[in-house]
Ligand binder design. Structure first.
Ligand SMILES: C[S@@+](CC[C@H](N)C(=O)[O-])C[C@H]1O[C@@H](n2cnc3c(N)ncnc32)[C@H](O)[C@@H]1O
Length: 276
């Protein structure tokens, strides 16, 4: 196939619909070249002659493996340790009020955890700031739609660049450090942290929320709702509201917002909400 082959408007519309229905992401028209460049390698890989053939292959694959390729090609996995600094300061200032259950349980959901920096930041934070940490029953559920990125999250292997903004004493305490033959270093999350986190794949748009048996003290759904349209965001916020404990919080990304008319939530601090 020629490199000049372009994703036609009608082909783009087919992918646009599939991506909206299966992943919940609404792709604007101007994303056509982005989708084209992300999908091009699969034409070569599967020896296909057009994007339409690729569409057929994905749409007709009952194993969903092809759909996963699409997910991995389209979604952005950008993340970092202790992202959205104001939320960590808020947690530190409100830790006693937020986690005060007599039965000493903490349930947290990192709802689009990408390569794991978000749930690992939570457990590092709790280890650093929760008094009598070992007396608590703590479970962090970390989910993402992308199975590829979850594999990375489970391994918990990071580069020098990934950890560069973290205090050195935190890195030394929670990572095993390995030197590679080329002189670079790998920073691997210690097992003592991993034991608190369960990684699972979950699609926030098409997933079955009835599978959640317990409510959460804190849900983080950061920097993913921005890809969804308002109806999809509202539907997701409805589901989260049912899963939040009375004295709980929902953290969203700083460029995301919940409409002031949404009666299920009230603003606690920028990008932090309480259930109403
Ligand atoms: C930009 S990352 C955000 C990671 C992290 N929450 C943060 O704020 O740093 C967005 C993540 O959302 C995931 N994602 C996209 N669509 C999703 C969906 N429908 N259900 C669940 N996760 C989704 C992507 O795979 C990606 O890992």
């Amino acid at each position: 196939m020629s490199l000049e082959h372009t994703l036609s408007i009608s082909e783009f519309k087919m992918f646009q619909k599939l991506i909206y229905e299966e992943i919940g992401i609404s792709l604007a028209e101007h994303k056509r070249t982005l989708v084209q460049s992300r999908l091009r390698k699969w034409l070569n890989e599967f020896n296909l002659n057009s994007y339409e053939e690729l569409y057929e292959k994905i749409a007709n694959d009952s194993s969903s493996q092809m759909l996963m390729l699409l997910v991995n090609a389209i979604t952005t996995n950008v993340t970092s340790f202790f992202r959205e600094e104001n939320q960590w300061i808020y947690l530190q200032n409100n830790i006693k009020e937020l986690f005060d259950e007599p039965n000493k349980t903490i349930r947290i959901w990192s709802a689009a955890c990408s390569s794991g920096q978000e749930p690992y930041s939570i457990i590092m934070f709790l280890k650093e700031h929760l008094s009598n940490f070992h007396q608590w029953d703590i479970k962090i559920l970390a989910t993402d739609i992308s199975e590829d990125i979850l594999k990375k999250a489970i391994k918990g292997i990071y580069t020098q660049k990934d950890i560069e903004n973290m205090p050195k004493h935190v890195v030394l305490k929670y990572f095993d450090i390995f030197k590679n033959s080329n002189g670079s270093k790998n920073f691997v999350i210690k097992d003592e942290l991993k034991q608190y986190i369960v990684f699972r794949s979950f699609n926030l748009v098409t997933g079955n929320f009835l599978m959640f048996k317990n409510k959460f003290n804190l849900i983080l759904c950061r920097n993913v709702m921005i890809y969804f349209d308002r109806p999809t965001q509202n539907q997701l916020l409805e589901e989260f509201a049912k899963l939040l404990k009375e004295n709980s919080r929902l953290f969203i990304g700083h460029s995301e917002s919940i409409h002031t008319k949404n009666s299920k939530y009230k603003l606690a601090a920028p990008s932090i909400y309480k259930p109403n």
